[in-house]
Design a protein around this ligand. Structure first.
Ligand code: PNS
Length: 159
């Protein structure tokens, strides 16, 4: 069985993330979307909220599961028999850092990284920019699944 992981912060998940997850789900038997628990960084959404949002937006694909992890990604992969990390590449500017991480990860464990170009429609899209635009009242409806859009609006209204 082929099993890939789509790792990230997903704070919050965007349509760009969802596009990658859908395409990876079409290529692998099993896909785990893994949210990094980063003790050094408090996100806008709590980890459990991100997991709930990811479960809501990926529920239509039976081979996609959602989980969180802390520590090294390759250790999570090894523990769960995951042979491939799939990362979306938005632009050349993503490549340098992603290549460094891929080479470090393949040196740490027998886990390969595959790069998948994002849909050009989402090449400018990042969770941080979406949060910034939404904070100042900009329209992010084209960039987020509706359930995430509602959660972000509620979160910003409460803060
Ligand atoms: O969505 P992000 O923040 O770009 O995701 C980055 C992520 C979670 C994929 C990366 O930071 C990661 O893999 N962190 C886990 C810690 C780790 O394994 N670090 C070594 C990378 S070479």
């Amino acid at each position: 069985m082929t099993h890939a992981v789509c790792p990230g912060s997903f704070d919050p998940p965007t349509l760009g993330h969802l596009d990658i997850i859908e395409r990876v789900a079409g290529l692998f038997d099993q896909v785990t979307v893994a949210v990094l628990v980063n003790p050094d960084k408090t996100g806008l959404f709590a980890i459990d909220e991100r997991l709930d949002l990811l479960r809501a937006i990926t529920g239509q694909w039976p081979n996609v599961t959602v989980d969180s992890f802390s520590g090294l990604l390759v250790e999570y992969c090894t523990r769960n028999n995951i042979a491939a990390i799939v990362k979306g590449l938005r632009a050349v500017s993503d490549f340098d850092y992603e290549l460094q991480m891929a080479q470090m990860n393949s040196g740490l464990a027998k886990v390969d990284t595959l790069f998948m170009p994002t849909n050009p429609e989402y090449s400018f899209l990042s969770s941080s920019l979406v949060k910034q635009v939404a904070t100042y009242g900009g329209d992010v409806s084209r960039l987020l699944p509706p359930v995430v859009q509602q959660a972000l609006a509620a979160k910003l209204a409460a803060s």
